[in-house]
Structures are given as C-alpha cells and as structure tokens.
Design a protein around this ligand. Structure first.
Ligand code: AMP
Length: 215
C-alpha cells in the first residue's frame, strides 16, 4: 500500500504504527533521502539542495531508489510505501516496478489535514540530530527546553520545516500529488482519512481502512 498526504499530515507516524500492528515493513522515501544526505553518500549529494528547498527529487531517480528497496525486501512480503508515488509519472514508474516484481498495489491511503494545522505542526517540530528523536513545542514538549529528552543534545529545526519551505512543499503537494489521488480514485484504490486530531484517533481510522481493504 501507499500512504499519501501533505507534509505534516503524519504519514510517517501512521505508516509506522500500522506497520507495527500488522507486521508490515515500512519504507519512507523521505527518511531514506535524509539519511543519504546525513551520510554524504553520492545519492545524498544529488538530493541535498532539493530537500532543503522542499522541492521534489526527479522521478527517474526516485524510481531507481524505490525499485532497489523493493527488490531487497527480505523476506518478500507486503510493504507500506510512505511518500511514494508523489507525482503522476511516479504512479506509472511504480506500476512498471510492481509489474517487474510481480506485485500489486492494493491500497492508497491519503491523510487529510487543513493547511493551518499543517503549519502549526511543522513549524513547531524539533528534531535531535544526534539520536533522531522528534519533539514539538506544543504537542510533545521536551522536559528541558531545546534539549533532547533521550540524549540531552540540542534540538534543531529541520531545514525543510522553515515557514517559506513549508509553503513551497504545500504548493508542490497541491500541484503534483493531488492528481495522484485522482488517479488512484479512478482506479478504485483510494481511501481518505481525516488526520487532524490525536495520533491514536487517526491511527484507529487509518488502520480500519487497511482492515477493510484486506477483508
Ligand atoms: P517527506 O519526509 O516524505 O516529507 O519527504 C521529504 C523530502 O524528500 C521531500 O520534500 C522531497 O524533497 C523528497 N522526497 C520524498 N519522497 C519523494 C518522492 N516520492 N518524490 C520526490 N521527492 C521526494
């Protein structure tokens, strides 16, 4: 299945929770690209500036990254794709990858969150660069302001969580990813989940859709 939704809609959180509950592997393209940037790999060098600007990585490069990941899935099983496909060409790329691997997309779950809520979520997000823990200035306040609860290191703001970059990411979501939702709607694969509110409540709605799709 694929999880779609604007930045800050909680795709990663919901994908992880569902993955844990149903024992399904999760693959976040955003996490993989951020890791490549941190590790200063060749891929990281290619995508660093795009990530920092909140722009999309070219479709053919994303296709290679996703295919490599799906081919290495051990044991071969179901997978939750978090953040792919994000453009109409990526939908076709995924179709071809799945055909080559003799696999099928069963469900596209889109998280819906109003723009003001997205801004509130992302502009308040803080991350620990050392142990990767995430906090929020309103919803998940660290015990000591500006310090990680886990390792005590300084918290920082992700470069793509600055307000101008958030606006760019939202604009791109509306122009590039909304048509993906329409494509999957036409194919009868799309389910939409209201994703404002408490994480646990969203998780119940999200996981109910997965159970219904598998019934
Ligand atoms: P995310 O964590 O899903 O919000 O992704 C963070 C960033 O990674 C995005 O703003 C893009 O720069 C890049 N990215 C992640 N997934 C894709 C994708 N499917 N296509 C293009 N760029 C992507």
């Amino acid at each position: 299945m694929s999880v779609l939704g604007p930045p800050g809609s909680g795709k990663g959180t919901q994908a992880e929770l569902a993955g844990q509950r149903f024992g399904i592997a999760c693959f976040s393209t955003g996490d993989l690209l951020r890791k490549a940037v941190r590790e200063e790999s060749a891929l990281g060098g290619q995508v660093k500036a795009l990530l920092e600007a909140g722009s999309l990585v070219p479709d053919d490069l994303m296709g290679k990254v996703v295919e490599e990941k799906l081919r290495r899935l051990e044991p071969p099983g179901s997978m939750i794709l978090d953040g792919f496909p994000r453009t109409c060409p990526q939908v076709e790329i995924l179709d071809r990858i799945l055909e080559r691997l003799d696999r099928k997309l069963h469900l596209a779950l889109a998280l819906e969150v109003p723009d003001p809520e997205i801004l509130r979520r992302l502009s308040g997000r803080r991350v620990c660069r050392s142990c990767r823990a995430t906090f929020h200035v309103e919803f998940q306040v660290p015990r000591l302001a500006g310090k990680c609860d886990g390792c005590g290191k300084d918290l920082s703001i992700r470069k793509d969580d600055r307000e101008s970059v958030i606006q760019n990411r939202l604009r791109i979501y509306r122009s590039e990813t909304t048509p993906v939702l329409e494509l999957y709607r036409e194919r009868g694969l799309l389910k939409e989940v209201q994703a404002d509110g408490a994480v646990g409540d969203v998780a119940k709605r999200f996981q109910k859709e997965i159970l219904q799709a598998c019934a």
